[in-house]
Ligand binder design. Structure first.
Ligand code: FEO
Ligand code: CA
Ligand code: CA
Length: 682
């Protein structure tokens, strides 16, 4: 890939991670620079004991989990040291070195290509990409901006439908002559069309041959764009409630668009879940709201102030809280999409609660009940799960379409098993050798055809669903270090929770370290292993322990599951996670606070190489690695926000990736594989 001839712009003044201030502004609405929205009285071990749950009983739960056959075995033994040139099955590659290249780098013996870029036509009637002359109509038929989550559904051998969401736009580097104070209507409408989702057919380039290469199919029968103006439908108990009725939709059911979609997952019935995350930043004029109860609800979700960053309220009053106070309540949901039916209306599943959803990953529990695990990506917010009332039925799509409307939403409360004085914020392991303990799932609300039944004193069931964060506060859920993606190891049932970072932990009046979030000023994040009691996703208690404390392995506060730290790749800010076919965990990073590029890492979770983190790929400087999908023959990632550096503009781009020359940077999906046909990591 070509290297930019330009002088590099400063990347990170006063930022605790390597994320550009521009990314903070456009992606999250500067979430980390506002006050922590969770001002609730905390959830500390002392409070929980005071609430009547004895430490002894909590420890007992943990002990049961730890010694349960599934527990001890599945949570894995500490590794013996291993030769540096050996690795777990599926991870035998030479790690990529940390770097600051304007390029995607992959291990020796691998190759990669851009599969699809912002602006690529998905239909033959779409215009070729021309950044000087984009139109909203053209953008709605082209691949959107800032691809984040991706997944593949198999149609037949080496023909897939690929789903990708487009989290947000960065108008300053997208549009010539952009004036942030006064965007034009066309620019705003292009941004609406560049948000949302893409469904696109992809085929193996070498059918019948063992190649990982892929190609997108223009005009594939399943190709589809969904944008900020496509019709979506609310589903579940919140439909028709006063909190979601608007002037344009007095029935409180039909919503235009989906915004700020982050990660997601595939259901056992072959639909796609995608998560609305930092939706708050699109809504203006929270200051115009005078009702103190409504104001507090808005504040808890990070809404405040006057004009929005993108000024959409100038062209559609639904983004103006002063004019339409309920539109904001129609965002912040998990969205379910049927990628096999281009005519279907996607559902916003209200029974799964409303917060800054990072993702939802569905697993089958005993008797085929469905369990969805979900993180709320904000400092000091919570981890949730939804358990369906009904059971999944193979080959009954009509029934399965109701599974996420009926069931119970829970929030997690963690307890450590080491004395509080041993958790000093430094990352030093307590005397029992592990940051570990027990936990319980606290029921918040049960949804069914008749409505929503609250389990939280002082809130109705509908209020719990629409203002879920406040329900978590009320039951003293555990305040986590930004819970991001959550995935279950399909081979063992152990759940992996990525906590990306929390530089506010232990600062000022913010909550201090606890055994689950044990580092003060946690800049590099950590990964927790969680095992439900009896290895049953329906259980209401679990055991947990920390798998990785990320950072530079030379930093004494890091921990790599006990593996030899001289034999691991540095890793910072774990975000999206996935598993390969061998049960190895793959982690993509967002905002590498070590100062080098973000990347994708594989790590064994069991056996002698448990904890051996190996970097597989890096993305260009200023970009983030998202999406990851790892199969036997290919690795796919989304390269999000290339060129998003402070001070960059359309006229003064920081990056020209991937097209080189003087081109605009284009968020893209990249596929990597071995041209010799050997499988990934073998
Ligand atoms: Fe869109 Fe939590 O990252
Ligand atoms: Ca412990
Ligand atoms: Ca993410």
């Amino acid at each position: 890939m070509p290297t930019s001839p330009r002088k590099l712009l400063p990347l990170l003044p006063n930022h605790s991670s390597n994320r550009s201030p521009m990314t903070c502004l456009y992606r999250c609405g500067d979430a980390c620079f506002h006050e922590v929205p969770n001002a609730s009285a905390g959830a500390y071990l002392g409070d929980i004991i005071a609430a009547g749950l004895s430490r002894r009983s909590l420890l007992k739960v943990g002990a049961v989990v730890a010694v349960a056959g599934a527990g001890a075995a599945a949570l894995g033994a500490q590794p013996a040291s291993a030769a540096p040139n050996r690795a777990a099955r599926g991870l035998a590659f030479t790690p990529v070195a940390p770097n600051s290249e304007h390029a995607v780098t992959v291990p020796e013996g691998y190759t990669s290509k851009v599969l699809v870029r912002w602006g690529d036509p998905l239909f033959s009637d779409a215009p070729e990409f021309d950044p000087e002359n984009q139109t909203a109509a053209g953008q709605a038929r082209q691949f959107g901006y800032n691809n984040d989550h991706l997944d593949l559904f198999e149609i037949r051998r080496d023909e897939h439908v690929m789903v990708i969401n487009h989290e947000y736009t960065n108008e300053e580097i997208m549009f010539p002559g952009y004036d942030p104070a006064a965007p034009t209507q066309e620019q705003v409408e292009i941004a609406w069309a560049a948000h949302g989702l893409t469904v696109v057919g992809v085929t193996g380039a070498a059918r019948g041959r063992p190649s990982g290469e892929l190609t997108t199919v223009v005009d594939h029968r399943l190709n589809r764009r969904l944008t900020a103006t496509t019709e979506f439908r609310l589903s579940g108990p919140v439909v028709g409630s006063d909190y979601v009725k608007t002037a344009a939709d007095p029935r409180g059911r039909d919503v235009l668009g989906t915004l700020n979609n982050c990660a997601g997952g595939i259901t056992p019935w072959n639909t796609w879940l995608t998560a609305e995350e930092n939706f708050n930043q699109y809504f203006a004029n929270a200051d115009a709201v005078t009702d103190p109860v409504v104001r507090e609800r808005l504040r808890r979700y990070g809404l405040g102030g006057g004009a929005s960053q993108r000024k959409w309220e100038a062209y559609d009053s639904r983004f103006d809280l002063g004019q339409e106070p309920n539109e904001v309540n129609r965002f912040g949901w998990i969205v379910e999409v049927d990628p096999f039916d281009p005519e279907s209306t996607p559902r916003k599943r209200t029974a799964l609660g409303r917060f800054k959803h990072e993702a939802a990953n569905v697993h089958l529990g005993q008797h085929n009940h469905v369990v969805a695990y979900m993180g709320d990506d904000e400092r000091f917010d919570y981890l949730y799960k939804f358990v369906s009332r009904d059971q999944f039925r193979r080959n009954d799509p009509e029934h399965n379409d109701t599974l996420l409307d009926n069931g119970t939403l829970y929030v997690a409360r963690f307890t450590g098993n080491s004395p509080a004085e041993e958790i000093d914020g430094s990352g030093t392991l307590p005397s029992d050798g592990a940051f570990d303990g027990a936990g319980e799932w606290i029921p918040l609300v049960t949804s069914d055809e008749r409505g929503a039944t609250s389990h939280v004193e002082g809130m109705t069931g509908i209020e719990v669903l629409v203002f879920t964060r406040q329900a978590g506060d009320a039951v003293q859920a555990t305040k986590m270090d930004r819970p991001e993606d959550v995935e279950t190891n399909p081979l063992t049932g152990v759940l992996y929770v990525a906590l990306t970072n929390n530089s506010n932990r232990g600062t000022g009046t913010n909550p201090g370290p606890d055994e689950t979030n044990p580092r003060s000023t946690n800049r590099h994040g950590h990964v927790i292993e969680l095992l439900e009691t009896g290895n049953d996703p329906l259980a209401l208690a679990f055991g947990w322990r920390i798998f990785l404390l990320c950072g530079d392995p030379n930093d004494p506060s890091t921990y790599f599951a006990g593996y030899d730290k001289s034999q691991v790749s540095p890793i910072s800010c774990p975000d999206n996670v996935t598993f390969d076919p061998y049960g190895n965990l793959w982690i993509s990073t967002d905002g590498n606070a070590l100062g080098t590029n973000d990347g994708l890492f594989g790590v064994a979770v069991d056996g002698e190489y448990r904890g051996q983190v190996k970097q597989f790929l890096t993305v260009p400087t200023s970009a983030e690695t998202c999406g990851p999908k790892v199969t036997e023959t290919r690795v796919l990632v989304c390269v999000q926000h290339p060129g998003e550096a402070s001070g960059a503009s359309f006229e003064n781009q920081f990056s020209h990736w991937p097209d080189g020359g003087t081109s605009v940077p284009r968020p893209s999906v990249v596929v990597a594989w071995r041209p010799d046909g050997i499988r990934i990591g073998r």
